[in-house]
Design a protein around this ligand. Structure first.
Ligand code: HPA
Length: 269
């Protein structure tokens, strides 16, 4: 996308025309995790389909929200785009480019994942400390738009260490068991076979999902700090104990994690 900066700036202008103060921190909710937004006051909601150049969400709701909490403004994406919806990684990450043009500099993302450690419990929250991109794509492939960032962005601190450290301290003070883990992104939409879960565990992943990584790459490219919470909705190790996973069970287990997730998200604002 050679004109990606103009397109993102155009989308940001469309949003700014409707609401000017939208804060510097954005929250992106994953499957079954949008109830964390209910504790905010919603000031403005704009459907993805109305925002110029933005693709529409076919699984999640897909709205851009402006929120208020304790007198401060934030924004949120209620839902995200996925590679498995048929979009390129660049299209999946386009909302991050818009957020950059809107002045957002901090991003809290949440997602539902398969857990690749046998000690994980369904509903447990794991903070992502690193990732393995197994998508056959990268959002920065092709022309580099230097208004966003460099051709070869560094990814050594993709999940901001300082922010993770303060979040670990917050979790400890609230008696929340918060482990850190490595997230692998598979393209989906089929879930993984037992052999694939085993492979992912062998290559060092603790979590597997179908999202987040394109957005994290794009966020790092343009200097947006990232914090990611994964909810383990199905435990996939040991592989002999795997039972079928349905989207209903993913959403049900994700919902159970909401009270703890809210504490972590609100504590990290
Ligand atoms: N694999 C990929 N994505 C997921 C899973 C899984 O097991 N669970 C929830 N999202």
């Amino acid at each position: 996308m050679k004109d990606i900066f103009n397109k993102a700036a155009g989308a940001a202008k469309f949003i700014k025309q409707q609401i000017d103060d939208l804060g510097e921190l954005c929250i992106i909710t994953g499957s079954g995790l949008n109830p964390i937004l209910e504790s905010f006051t919603i000031i403005k909601s704009i459907a993805f389909s109305r925002i110029p150049h933005l693709r529409d969400a076919t699984f999640h709701k897909g709205e851009f929200l402006v929120l208020e909490h304790e007198g401060k403004r934030y924004c949120a994406l209620n839902g995200r785009l996925h590679y498995y919806e048929g979009y390129s990684a660049a299209e999946v990450a386009f909302p991050i480019r818009i957020l950059f043009c809107l002045g957002v500099r901090k991003l809290i993302m949440t997602n539902a994942t398969g857990g690749l450690q046998s000690h994980y419990e369904p509903g447990q929250i794991v903070m992502v400390k690193d990732h393995i991109n197994l998508l056959p794509d990268n959002p920065l492939r092709g022309y580099n738009e230097s208004n966003f960032g460099p051709r070869f962005p560094d990814m050594s601190d993709a999940y901001n260490k300082e922010w993770r450290q303060t979040t670990l301290e917050l979790a400890k003070s609230q008696n929340i068991n918060l482990e850190q883990g490595i997230y692998a992104c598979f393209q989906g939409p089929s879930l993984e076979t037992p052999a694939e879960y085993f492979y992912l565990n062998k290559i060092g992943a603790d979590l597997v999902g179908m999202s987040t990584v394109p957005e994290v790459i794009a966020a790092n490219h343009c200097g947006i700090k990232v914090l990611v919470f994964s909810v383990v909705t199905n435990v996939c190790m040991p592989i002999e104990d795997i039972t079928p996973t349905t989207v209903e069970s993913v959403i049900e287990v994700a919902n159970r994690a909401i009270p703890v997730l809210k504490k972590l998200v609100f504590g990290s604002l």
